[in-house]
Design a protein around this ligand. Structure first.
Ligand code: FNR
Length: 371
């Protein structure tokens, strides 16, 4: 169908399933085990209801924000997703270009199909980008990657902490991964590639399951980029991250691709905000320690619920993959335009002229808990 018929982010998934090559569809859409967490990620948003306010002047509405001190036209960023070329020959560059056009931030994955430098070179001067890090067993490799990222001007290092081992994604495992085209995976760190268990397993054997809190000190000694842990799933670990002096955490279960029956990011967010207020006197959002969430975000209303609860911004993964797999960069631009339009309308209907007016009292979370 022509792009003009795409009305929301769900449509991209529907079309991707129809038109994408099997291998790419399996890798992008798959999630762990019975995919319960994958479904819960989106479903959890259905348990939160709005309490809009009336008679506030919403002639002008503004949903721009700052993420780790950098301007963003929306409270979202493009989350790191590996292997962009399984969906489109330009891979991650589709995201880089669309992010520039719309003034949002792209998180570049360690396992991008395009090389890191190619992605940086295709960015506009001054374009802010983050980097997602998988930590190699060989710390010298990791050190080189991190310091290169900093030299090239990366503004935030998101260390993935929910993948000491890759989850079982059975849809993907059924596809024997044959990287006929070596350019599908950049050299970012893949050694000992096992091609018999799907794309995910094939590229991830270098990741260090020995990573622990002690390593945080080491990271601080090799870089001055803000450090954020991606994949925190309870308030205890969020508080530990704060106590270690990190810049923030992403409350995430990796799009349901790791531990099945992990809770949704939005549910964990409510718990983290409550406990860090009680135990550390923090209120959110704040500039010192920022909360991000991702997983299952498909509508501006989802994003506004997260902002109301205290998130600085939310990450979006699959919708952008499906958008460029079906329509290239135009698809990503369209996805961002859709979110833009949804923000404008929903902020008016909420009675919130700016994101500062999107407060906890605007959401009813009495049904949020999954138990
Ligand atoms: C991911 N994600 C991910 N995360 C990460 O830290 N490193 C990675 O290499 C990848 N790769 C990856 C590939 C694919 C195909 C998907 C779908 C996801 C997780 C990603 O950053 C994010 O947490 C989720 O995608 C968010 O959920 P949604 O928006 O896809 O529902």
């Amino acid at each position: 169908p022509p792009l003009s018929e795409v009305l929301n982010l769900h449509d991209f998934e529907y079309i991707a399933k129809l038109v994408m090559p099997e291998k790419g569809w399996a890798y992008y859409s798959s999630a762990a085990d019975d995919e319960i967490t994958h479904r819960e990620n989106h479903a959890a948003y259905h348990r939160i209801w709005f309490r809009p306010r009336i008679l506030r002047d919403v002639t002008q509405v503004d949903w721009s924000t700052t993420i780790l001190g950098h301007k963003s036209s929306m409270p979202i960023y493009i989350s790191a997703t590996a292997l962009g070329k399984l969906g489109h020959p330009d891979g991650e560059l589709n995201l880089t270009r669309a992010a520039a056009k719309h003034g949002i931030i792209q998180m570049i994955p360690t396992l991008a199909s395009c090389s890191f430098d190619e992605i940086l070179d295709s960015a506009k001067p001054g374009q802010v980008q983050f980097f997602q890090l998988y930590v190699n067993k060989d710390r010298n490799i990791t050190k080189r990657i991190v310091q290169h990222a900093e030299e090239r001007g990366i503004k935030g290092l998101f260390i993935t902490v929910d993948a000491p081992q890759l989850g079982r994604r059975e849809k993907d495992m059924r596809m024997k991964f044959e990287a006929e085209d070596p350019s599908e995976v950049s050299k970012a760190g893949s050694d000992g590639v096992d091609r018999t268990q799907g794309a995910a397993r094939a590229i991830s054997s270098f990741i260090d399951p020995g990573l622990c809190w002690n390593d945080i000190k080491w990271f601080k000694s090799i870089t001055s980029m803000p450090l954020i842990l991606k994949g925190v799933q309870c308030w205890e670990d969020a508080m530990e991250a704060y106590d270690y002096g990190l810049a923030g955490v992403v409350l995430s279960n990796h799009g349901g691709r790791q531990l099945d029956f992990s809770r949704s990011g939005i549910e964990v967010l409510a718990e983290v905000v409550e406990n860090l207020k009680k135990r550390r006197g923090l209120s959110f959002p704040n500039d010192k320690f920022q909360l991000f969430i991702d997983g299952g975000v498909r509508r501006a209303t989802d994003i506004l619920k997260a902002v109301a609860l205290g998130a600085t911004a939310v990450g979006i993964g699959r919708p952008f993959l499906y958008a460029f797999s079906t329509y290239g960069e135009d698809g990503v631009n369209k996805a961002l335009q859709i979110l833009h339009d949804e923000f404008e309308m929903n902020m008016r209907l909420l009675g919130a002229p700016t994101l500062r007016n999107v407060v906890p009292e605007m959401v009813d979370i009495s049904n949020l808990r999954s138990h």
